[in-house]
Design a protein. Structure first.
Length: 611
């Protein structure tokens, strides 16, 4: 293994060295994207649809030759077969003339104005038109069904909140909360402390009250003041989480983080989750670093930030722990005293997601924290970002109030062993990972092995007579008669085509020492070249100090991994990591050991398997 050491101080390193846990209020910009049209009405555009007999490129050429010189095609939708043409603002008659000319062109099925549609529910909050977050998550459509329920409680575990704010007083409980930072019963914020008020408004500023802005849901709010002046102790935060769960909160919003993984924080999150409360937390504002804690804990929903054009915010943390994305750039909400301001940060994205979850809880009041989390994730919308950036997608209020009924179809899933069989070798197929609709059962398992043979049952053994690729299909049938199918390819080798994976082995290990913090050597990088004749698999294990949190990152093309650029990663909240990758023989492994928090010695081992 060749080795490189990185001791440079990044913004992430600086932030990791800060002992206090703080609020995630970002000051960054958003990642630039290809310029697009402005959101909102587009009265100066004509939509032109093509016929089924021509392609979109051909239709565009025809349209461009027919429109005035000062008009242009500004948008295309290949799936729906239409394009948008922007024309000069010369009045209705000029628009009608262009439409009439376009409709006479070959290959054009229709031309029509790009009319403006309005949501059926338009709240009377005077600054609603200046907001974008409720609109982006389709809250107005959800409000046609419900604006939320006072029976659903969101706990804002944060700085203090102005609970008598003109746009929050109707949502805050008569007994608004507790101040853990000052150990008294009044969480009212001191002068200059804005964060908790803004977070409260992102989630639940009163809708349709003729005042200020609109939050996402009309839910009951309570506030645990655990951050004084923007930072707070782990113990205050853990106590605040436990208090919120004991107070009956359905959702806890945690727009805070830092300090790495710890047992106290994990215990508090697990306590809330196990006692009927869903924790939702900001991913962090370390500009592409891995998700911070508490968001990264297993029983917490981690939320990344996007802007109004659904680009990932440049300040947002990313990685495999991201569960959903939510608006977090320029989010307008209440601030003390009876004011309003736009803030950036995953601190804003998290309460918007919490408000969406609260709408889901209002329409599905019997959902457990696990079921509510699943509903939030399953109804999220894929906006074209990577899973490390958007998780399951952008939260969607309309989907969450309309969806979430009990599934009525099973899910087919199976595995097989060995994974690379030889011809005439027994392969065991196992469908026990399949699932039935809630409250139901699977009544049948049918196998088609792709070579003319079939079988029934949860498990089945089969031998393929000759080498080749076989498409194996499993069909499961639920007790209600609904079915689902899963297909996998089984690559069967010939007798002379190589042995089993693991017939040849090679191992290499390296030791080192890392420490986080301002002056720490925060990461070590390595390159591993494959050693076996016919590589098929490699497992990389990292064993580090029990008191620290070291992470492991891997690339398959030999490039040096970073915490935001990698092919595989293992980032559990300790220093015991493992990554297994399948190999074809052309790979070179780039490896990075990163000290997320703490310090100490480590050993990294690469175990390579060949045929």
């Amino acid at each position: 293994m060749t080795h490189e050491h990185s001791g440079q101080t990044s913004r992430r390193t600086v932030l990791k060295s800060t002992a206090a846990t703080g609020a995630f209020l970002g000051l960054g910009s958003v990642v630039s994207a290809t310029p697009g049209r402005e959101p909102g009405p587009k009265e100066d555009e004509i939509l032109v649809g093509k016929t089924d007999t021509v392609g979109l490129a051909s239709a565009r050429s025809t349209v461009e030759s027919a429109i005035p010189s000062d008009a242009s095609v500004v948008h295309e939708n290949e799936t729906l077969g239409y394009m948008a043409v922007k024309v000069a603002d010369d009045g209705p008659s000029a628009m009608d003339s262009v439409i009439d000319r376009l409709e006479r062109q070959p290959g054009v099925e229709y031309a029509e104005r790009n009319v403006t549609l309005e949501a059926f529910y338009e709240p009377n909050d005077p600054q609603f038109g200046d907001q974008y977050a409720p609109q982006l998550v389709n809250a107005p459509q959800a409000w046609d069904t419900t604006t939320g329920s006072s029976d659903v409680t969101i706990a804002v575990v944060d700085t203090g909140a102005q609970y008598d704010h003109e746009d929050l007083a109707a949502q805050y409980r008569d007994d608004p909360g507790y101040d853990f930072a000052d150990d008294d019963s009044d969480p009212y914020p001191p002068s200059g402390e804005q964060h908790g008020t803004h977070v409260s408004g992102c989630a639940a500023a009163t809708i349709d009250n003729g005042t200020g802005t609109a939050g996402i849901s009309d839910s009951t709010l309570i506030n645990a003041r655990v951050l004084g002046g923007g930072s707070g102790s782990l113990s205050d935060i853990a106590d605040g989480i436990q208090w919120a769960a004991d107070e009956g909160a359905d959702i806890i919003n945690l727009s805070l983080g830092g300090g790495g993984a710890n047992e106290t924080g994990r215990s508090a999150i697990n306590y809330a989750f196990e006692n009927g409360t869903l924790p939702i937390a900001a991913a962090g504002n370390d500009s592409g670093s891995p998700v911070s804690y508490p968001a990264a804990y297993e029983n917490c929903v981690a939320v990344s930030a996007i802007d109004e054009n659904e680009n990932i915010a440049s300040f947002s943390n990313v990685g495999p722990n991201i569960d959903v994305a939510s608006p977090g750039v320029g989010v307008l909400a209440p601030v003390p005293t009876d004011g309003y301001a736009s803030f950036d940060g995953t601190s804003m994205a998290s309460p918007v997601a919490a408000g969406v979850a609260a709408l889901g809880k209002a329409t599905h009041p019997d959902h457990s924290p696990s079921e509510l989390r699943q509903l939030l994730e399953e109804t999220a919308v894929d906006i074209g970002l990577s899973s490390d950036e958007q998780g399951n997608g952008r939260v969607d209020a309309a989907n969450i109030v309309e969806g979430g009924g009990q599934p009525d179809s099973p899910t087919a899933s199976f595995g097989f062993s060995p994974s690379d069989p030889e011809a005439d070798e027994t392969v065991t197929f196992d469908a026990s990972g399949s699932s039935a609709p809630d409250g139901g059962s699977i009544s049948g398992y049918e196998w088609d092995f792709g070579d003319g043979s079939t079988a029934s049952g949860v498990t089945a053994d089969h031998r393929f007579a000759s080498e080749g690729d076989y498409s194996v299909e499993l069909t499961v049938t639920a007790g209600n008669g609904n079915t689902d199918t899963s297909t996998q390819t089984v690559a069967v080798g010939g007798d002379g085509g190589g042995g089993q994976c693991g017939a040849e082995t090679s191992s290499d290990s390296v030791s080192g020492s890392l420490s986080g913090g301002w002056w720490g050597n925060g990461s070590d990088s390595y390159t591993y070249t494959l050693d076996t004749a016919n590589p098929c698999q490699a497992t990389v294990t990292l064993s580090g100090p029990s008191s620290a949190d070291f992470d492991l990152f891997l690339t398959l093309d030999g490039r040096t991994p970073t915490t935001s650029d990698y092919d595989e990663a293992s980032t559990s909240p300790d220093s015991q990591e493992e990554i297994t990758v399948d190999l074809s023989g052309g790979e070179e492994l780039g490896l990075l050991v990163d000290a997320y928090s703490g310090s100490g010695s480590y050993t990294m081992t690469v175990d390579e398997l060949g045929k």
